[in-house]
Every structure is written in structure tokens, then in C-alpha cells.
Design a protein around this ligand. Structure first.
Ligand code: ZN
Ligand code: ZN
Length: 333
């Protein structure tokens, strides 16, 4: 579970805003910073939850996760808080592959910082299916890892709010009962079944939250070289990694921008994974005999790639691309 870190949070207590026993995943990993978790008893994070589609979520996932941490801080009076939020769906990079996008926020109101880490993982059972009975869905159940992972049932046809909704189904007896009741209540005689993504009934999700927590703990142990505040880490990237063949700037990341959540001090460093050139296969300069440019000029690359001379002189295409990541990974309150 990783090393113990030197930390300004040694002996401190933070609230873990959860109703789904996430403190059991987050707590042992934050203990490496000397930080103890407290779970508020009267927390209403359901007001922020989107699972089950019962409550619409207001704001971006980053805003929701910080708001969740703050709910816990208000409830306990602690100046330190953690909040987590997961969203599930198609992987933006690989369509048709389900993904789990987790965000974990740490808020420190004494220092006035918010540190957010996020992780996208294809290690999820996220799926749904319409069924009449068990024989319809044996493949689905294998994929969903039932019964070690929970399921949610509802009538397939009808209008919300669902009068019949069975959550956290994790036994064959409950399964048969839920399918029967939901199918009977549905005008088409079918039940809609989906994976229950709440952390306490989804060990695959627990694993992703665990990895993300380790990442956040490492980040909170990293100090700003300028002001010494915790939370030093990746806040953006510079694209334009040179192609291994032609040297042209590609869309791959060339450098990392690391920053401080408190002083906003930043440093740009080469990729930390040591990769210094991009594969030529997807290089836009090597792989086009003649490509029309938006400015009406033509890009020429003779000889099918290797050794090709890219016509890249001047123009916006030869610019160094310097852009922040799509999603801010660190914010300041
Ligand atoms: Zn700083
Ligand atoms: Zn190239």
C-alpha cells in the first residue's frame, strides 16, 4: 500500500464525506501521511449523488467533489476534508469500452488549498441489460461479477420516480425476487438490470479509488519548491513531442507543467516517463503524401514516411502547442 510519507498532516484529522464506506479504502492510504479519517454521521451526500439517476447533478464533477468534501467539513467542523465522485460510461479514447472516471479532492481551509487527483480506468464492470429472467443474462452476470458485485433492478418500462427499485442486490435469492417484481411492474414484462456502482458494493471500483488515493497521498507529500505547501504536482502539459523520424511536432505530450495549489508557482519539466520521441506511425507529417492545410497550402511528405521531408516552415502548424489539460487537476479556492 505504499510508503509512509513525511507530511504536514501528521496527527491531523480529516473528514471523509461518504455514506458508502469509502473511509475503509481512503483511510489506510491517507494514514501514510499521518492523517486520520472521520466519517460524519448525518451526511447527506445523496443530494449530490447521480447514481440511479434519482438526483440530477449540478455543476462539473470537480465542483461536485469539492462540494462533497465541504459538506463533510461543515458537518464536523473540521478544516480538512476529502470527497470522491465517480462517473461511468464509454472511454473517450476507446469507444465501446466502459470506463470508470474517479475524482478525489482534498480541501485544506487552513492553507486555502484544494488538491484534486483523477483517474480514468477501464477496470470496471459498468454495464446494463434488459432481462426477463436469469437465462437471458448469464454473460451479463459474468461481466458484472455478480454476486461479488451488487446489481440494481427497476421495471424496464414506466416513468420515474421508480416505485420499484432494488439496489445492492448481491445474492441469487434477491436476484430472482427483484427480476420477478420489476418485470411484473413493467408494462413490457421486462426488468432493467445494471451494475451497482456504489463503492461499498463494487470491489472493482474500490480498487480504482484505492489507486487514486495513493496518488493523492503522494501528491500531498510533495511540497512546493517555492513556498513549501503540500500538493505539488502535475497541473498541465505542453504538447509537441517530436516524431522519431522527421522530428516534427506531434500531438503527444512533450513536457509536464508542475504547479503549487497555494502560491501558483510553476515549473515545466520533460516527461517524467522518460519518453523523448513519438512513434512515427501516427505522425501527421510522415504519413500523408499530400494533405490540404486549412490555410490553402499543401503539406508534402515524399517516400511514404521514413526520411520524408516535411514542409513545415512557418505557419501556425509549426507552432509549439502549449495548452493546459482538458480538465484542471489542481485548483485553488
Ligand atoms: Zn507554492
Ligand atoms: Zn514524422
Amino acid at each position: 500500500m505504499g510508503a509512509t510519507y513525511s507530511s504536514i498532516y501528521q496527527g491531523r484529522e480529516a473528514v471523509c464525506a461518504t455514506k458508502h464506506r469509502k473511509e475503509q479504502i481512503i483511510g489506510p492510504r491517507m494514514a501514510h501521511l499521518g492523517l486520520r479519517m472521520r466519517v460524519p454521521l448525518d451526511l447527506d451526500t445523496d443530494a449530490l449523488e447521480t447514481f440511479l439517476g434519482e438526483v440530477p447533478r449540478l455543476g462539473s464533477p470537480h465542483e461536485v467533489v469539492v462540494r462533497k468534501a465541504r459538506l463533510g467539513m461543515v458537518s464536523t467542523g473540521l478544516p480538512l476534508g476529502l470527497g470522491n465522485e465517480g462517473s461511468f460510461g464509454a472511454d473517450p479514447a476507446v469507444p465501446f469500452v466502459a470506463g470508470d472516471h474517479e475524482i478525489l479532492a482534498f480541501v485544506d481551509d487552513e492553507l486555502g488549498i484544494q488538491v484534486t487527483e483523477e483517474l480514468f480506468s477501464s477496470g470496471t464492470n459498468f454495464a446494463c441489460q434488459v432481462v426477463a429472467g436469469i437465462d437471458d443474462c448469464r454473460d451479463f452476470l459474468r461481466h458484472a461479477r455478480f454476486p461479488s458485485h451488487g446489481l440494481i433492478f427497476r421495471p424496464n418500462a414506466g416513468s420515474p420516480p421508480w416505485p420499484l427499485l432494488a439496489k445492492g442486490i448481491a445474492s441469487w435469492t434477491e436476484f430472482v425476487d427483484a427480476v420477478g417484481r420489476c418485470a411484473q411492474a413493467s408494462s413490457d414484462g421486462l426488468a432493467h438490470v445494471e451494475t451497482d456502482m456504489r463503492a461499498h458494493v463494487n470491489p472493482m471500483r474500490q480498487r480504482v479509488i484505492g489507486i487514486l488515493t495513493e496518488r493523492l497521498a503522494r501528491r500531498l507529500a510533495a511540497r512546493c519548491p517555492s513556498c513549501g505547501a503540500p500538493g505539488w504536482g502535475l497541473v498541465g502539459v505542453v504538447r509537441g513531442l517530436p516524431c522519431e523520424v522527421c522530428g516534427g511536432a506531434t500531438g503527444w505530450v512533450r513536457e509536464e507543467i508542475h504547479g503549487c495549489p497555494r502560491s501558483q508557482f510553476k515549473e515545466t519539466i520533460p516527461r517524467s516517463d522518460g519518453i523523448r520521441v513519438a512513434n512515427a506511425a501516427p505522425c501527421p507529417w510522415c504519413n500523408h503524401q499530400a494533405v490540404g492545410r486549412p490555410d490553402g497550402h499543401w503539406l508534402l511528405s515524399p517516400g511514404g514516411g521514413a526520411g520524408g521531408i516535411c514542409c513545415r516552415a512557418g505557419g501556425p502548424w509549426n507552432q509549439e502547442l502549449d495548452e493546459d489539460m482538458d480538465v484542471p487537476v489542481t485548483q485553488r479556492s
